[in-house]
Ligand binder design. Structure first.
Ligand code: 4AD
Ligand code: MG
Length: 433
């Protein structure tokens, strides 16, 4: 099927297009319609004395967002808002739209309530295209590196992270949870496929109303046998750079329309800065933020650290108290674990969390008990037995990480809020549409 983007390459030829009425105005014997399809917009001129009576009647009846079919010839036209104009030889409505509920100036709330319709806006069309490309480029990189894509379960019994923000559901009379990370399953599959990634939704019942938290987000989680944390970080920076480079070199038109800068993305080349947690604390204290050892970094701190950066920055080897139970103690500094978070530049926040995994059975049991004591919690070991058992049968060192794809989209497209990085956002105050 021919689209607007292809039609402009066929000036003077009789062509047919299908799409929607983006805008409409008329005066006397001529109606101007801005036609939209997935590829863009183009002005269509319907002149009363060049079309048959039925076409003229239908063009007169067409309303904004009506679905239409139009035939005619395209020519370049500097006066047209879209650079080209199609002079119609015939025009047909497929479905005349009722008055469209979204007009020019609308509240954010209304646009979220009418999200199913707002997705037709030029802004959302461009974001959703970029989202699809980002998914593609991420997969493209990992596929080339020899990873297998795996499909983890969404319903689980065990928490993959802290377990503090699990959505609980009923599973035939017993408790189940929507997965907060597919890591544990990726680990199991890594013991057969060696390098795997899952690209699936993760769920976090986080009541925080920030610009970077969703209750349901898409989580890219690679898991790699034999790699240590440093080697995992090297893969992470290459993955991010690949996505940035591809977007910049192939999707400049989308970036431009969203006000994002191609040149900013082309700067995202390895190596990224690596700062230990301890160094991060001293940088922050020098900036006047008073933090002590063991404090987590909040929005303020992330912003202070990355505001002036052009590239993402790793913060590695965090205090064991603020990281999950599966991370191994750093033998060089037993207060810390072997892990790294990747912070996007300009205060966009954490985009990746990753670590080495404890791979020896005894060490894991010891660490889990230590965590129970330190936090005053009790793991339901029954729920973890299968995952712990992986350490009994031919275990090997491995590392992995999780990337929140909407965080990456928000950063790379320079969006104000993470909700625009996903078609149907789920947040503490929104489950519809
Ligand atoms: O740092 P997190 O919690 O790490 C894990 O879940 C690990 N099990 C991943 C792994 O090693 N396989 O989450 C990883 C990433 C964060 O860096 C962030 O980008 C994203 O997931 N994320 C969220 N994105 C949107 N909304 C939320 N509420 C998010 N919580 C985490
Ligand atoms: Mg994290």
């Amino acid at each position: 099927m021919l689209h607007i983007s292809g039609a402009i390459k066929k000036p003077g030829k009789e062509i047919a297009l299908s799409g929607w009425v983006h805008r409409k105005r008329g005066s006397g014997g001529i109606i101007f319609i801005v036609l939209r399809d997935m590829s863009g917009i183009m002005q269509v001129a319907i002149k009363k004395d060049s079309v048959d009576e039925r076409s003229w009647r239908m063009a007169s009846e067409a309303t904004v967002e009506s679905s239409v079919e139009v035939e005619g010839t395209v020519k370049e036209d500097k006066r047209s808002p879209t650079g080209y104009e199609l002079t119609a030889s015939s025009f047909k409505n497929i479905n005349v739209s009722e008055p469209f509920p979204i007009t020019e100036y609308q509240s954010t709330e209304l646009l979220l309530d009418k999200r199913h319709l707002w997705l037709r806006s030029q802004k959302m069309i461009n974001i959703m295209k970029a989202r699809s490309y980002i998914f593609r480029y991420a997969r493209e990189f990992l596929d080339k590196k020899g990873f297998f894509e795996i499909t983890p379960p969404i319903l689980t019994k065990s928490a993959g992270e802290t377990g503090a923000n699990l959505f609980e559901t009923d599973f035939f009379g017993s408790k189940a949870y929507l997965t907060e990370s597919s890591q544990l399953y990726a680990e199991a599959m890594a013991f057969s496929l060696e390098r795997v990634y899952s690209f699936a939704p993760s769920f976090r019942a986080e009541n925080s109303r920030t610009t970077k938290h969703l209750a349901e987000y898409w989580h890219l989680e690679p898991e790699m046998l034999y790699l240590n944390n440093k080697q995992s970080m090297a893969i992470q920076e290459k993955l991010i750079s690949h996505i940035a480079e591809r977007l910049a070199s192939r999707n400049d038109d989308i970036l431009k329309s969203l006000g994002a800068d191609k040149d900013d993305l082309l700067k995202i080349r390895p190596p990224f800065k690596r700062v230990s947690y301890e160094e991060a604390l001293s940088i922050l204290n020098d900036k006047g933020l008073k933090l002590k050892w063991g404090d987590d970094l909040g929005v303020e701190e992330e912003k202070a650290l990355t505001e002036a950066e052009e590239k993402p920055m790793f913060i590695y080897n965090w205090p064991k108290e603020i990281k999950p139970f599966y991370m191994p103690i750093n033998p060089r500094d037993e207060r810390t674990v072997l892990c790294a978070d990747l912070q996007a530049p300009k205060g966009h926040g954490e985009i990746i969390g990753g670590s080495e995994r404890i791979w020896r059975y005894d060490e894991l049991m010891e660490r889990m008990h230590e965590v129970e004591q330190a936090k005053g919690i009790k793991f339901n070991m029954n729920n973890y037995n299968w995952w712990i058992e992986l350490r009994k049968y031919g275990s090997v060192p491995h590392s992995g990480f999780g990337m929140g794809i909407e965080r990456v989209i928000k950063w790379m497209l320079n969006l104000d809020h993470i909700r625009d990085a996903i078609p149907f956002p789920r947040m503490s105050n929104r489950l519809e549409p």
